[in-house]
Design a protein around this ligand. Sequence first.
Ligand code: BGC
Length: 383
Amino acid sequence: MKKQVKTAAVLFLLACVSMTSCNTSKKENNNNMIEKVSFGKLPDGQETELYTLKNASGMEVKISNFGGTVVSWTAPNNKGVYEDIILGCDSVSGYLKGVPYFGALIGRYGNRIANGKFTLEGKEYSLAQNNGVNALHGGLKGFDKVLWTATPIEGEEPGLKLTYTARDGEEGYPGNLSVEVVYTLQKDNSLKIDYKATTDKTTVVNLTNHTYFNLNGNLDSDILEHEVTLNADKFLPVDKTLIPTGELKPVVGNVFDFLKSKKISAGINDTTDTQIKAGGGYDHCWVLTDSTKTLKSAATVYEPKSGRVLEVLTTEPAIQFYTGNFLDGTIKGKNGIIYKHRSGLCLETQHYPDSPNQSAFPSTVLKPNETYQTTTVYKFSVK
Ligand code: BGC
């Protein structure tokens, strides 16, 4: 009897060992596999998909082919706990209810164009005025609301290639524009976004990503105690409709100075500042001190409770720092969480807003035979 028990115990142990090793190797294999699941149907019946990129250290980024949207993103805190650090919705139906560009790819022209009009090679183009009198983020059905063609890229640094061709005249812009965006989850806990576009007619292009970060890991909190550094010695003051006045204003001596790390709460409610008043907080474009097209550090955000640090590197000349001022507690996001005022911050790397109408700004014109190409990296670490 005793012998039988012993044998059973040995067999049980062996089974456990083999199960564990099975699980481990399955996990190892799975780490490099890109999982694809349904993300729900569009009103016209088309299926949308959700892809999961995972790296070896455990970071997970979920991206949908609807809008090229980054839906969730886990990053470790200083105790090694992975939590979702971005705002988003549980399925595509949430994104169809008019959420403010959560995680989405923005184009053909990110940010505002004054009065929805611009002139190119002597011809005036009219766009939808979808933000007061201005055009915002590519129009009524910008790149955030279209279905992209997705191709997973398996490997140690998994990626997702997304392509979309906007037709000549789509949302009022000239030229058939072929766009390719590649998201790559790198070993060092960074997500690289490579943007490329070509056109068959002269057009304007300004692509970005509109992820709302809350590094706290508790998406039910606000971002006011996040500490921000912006490597930008100037910013673009705006008029009442948030169109740049054309001035490049030094940040030194006012609440727009983030050259040294500073809590967002230090200046965001300073309503004696006319620019804070205009934006209802920070909603401005900062001009990076380093204007070269190399990949350089543009911004760093540190969240003291979790110890999470996010660094943003880009080849772009500017960054729109938006503190979620228009979030008003009416949107229910992932897991039923209500996104309150300023519960997320955006760091949208880009060219200056309204460049098509402001000739002194770096050009956003793309001609046939030219290739638009930019890269932005969002890199996580802990302190
Ligand atoms: C703009 C904000 C706008 C937000 C959501 C940001 O890029 O600067 O003014 O409210 O996008 O649409």
